[in-house]
Design a protein around this ligand. Structure first.
Ligand code: MN
Length: 241
């Protein structure tokens, strides 16, 4: 049985004076640990080539990163808005739409979940600390593989079946989150302050998103988070078969 090929959305960043394209290695390691073959797709491809780039690929992982341009959900930029990259936004919207059209499974992490929500017509809190001050610190200051806040997962959802627990501790590196849900998107997990931490599509498709960074735990043997990647790979194998 061959390993499913998982497209991983990349980013472009200037390092040492040159524009380079890639993705955090943790995403690749998590896909590999789950039995998939990660294929980085760079936003340099552009939205017009997204559909073609997904041919021969069995699943899609939308990764974390900069803020989604609020113009995409009809909002003006907050003074607390972080960096945006319109080229990456456009490319990932095209990737998501093409994946949905082909029925490919999609796992969306952090910014990825926010992008999925906006693609489906939802909107975002642009800056949680200033717009929705609460008790939970969502930009943790400790290492990425430390779990700092709880998430409650609703029963009878795909997210719950994957994670296998009603409550788990997660890491947190975001200042934005889902505000109003997009069409057909169902919230499946919440932090103690009510911030949406997980969502999935309710139409029977396999689209699962989390606001935390499950890839950071790829080296943790008993990590419940790895089940998200295993689920993506298993569904990709089913679609490919
Ligand atoms: Mn959080």
């Amino acid at each position: 049985m061959s390993s499913p090929r998982i497209a991983v959305s990349g980013l472009v960043r200037r390092v040492d004076g040159l524009d380079r394209s890639g993705v955090n290695v943790a995403y690749l390691a998590a896909v590999l640990a789950a039995g998939g073959i990660p294929i980085i797709l760079s936003p340099v491809l552009g939205p017009d080539r997204a559909e073609e780039a997904l041919r021969g690929v069995d699943g899609l992982l939308l990764t974390g990163g900069d803020d989604v341009d609020p113009a995409h959900y009809g909002d003006i930029p907050s003074s607390q808005l972080g960096a945006i990259d319109s080229r990456r936004d456009e490319f990932e919207f095209a990737l998501f739409r093409s994946a949905r059209a082909r029925g490919l499974p999609v796992l969306a992490v952090c910014r990825g979940l926010q992008l999925v929500n906006v693609a489906l017509g939802g909107n975002l809190w642009q800056d949680l600390p200033s717009e929705r001050p609460g008790a939970v610190l969502h930009e943790q200051r400790v290492a990425r593989d430390r779990r700092t806040h709880a998430v409650r997962v609703s029963p009878d959802t795909r997210t719950r079946a994957l994670l296998g627990a009603e409550r788990l501790m997660v890491n947190s590196f975001h200042h934005q989150s889902i505000r109003e849900l997009g069409d057909g998107l169902l919230a499946t997990g919440w932090a103690e302050d009510g911030v949406i931490e997980a969502a999935e599509v309710a139409d029977g498709g396999w689209v699962v998103g989390v606001q935390w960074h499950p890839e950071s735990f790829h080296a943790e043997a008993a990590s419940p988070d790895l089940a998200l990647f295993r689920g993506l790979v298993a569904e990709s194998r089913r679609c490919a078969g």
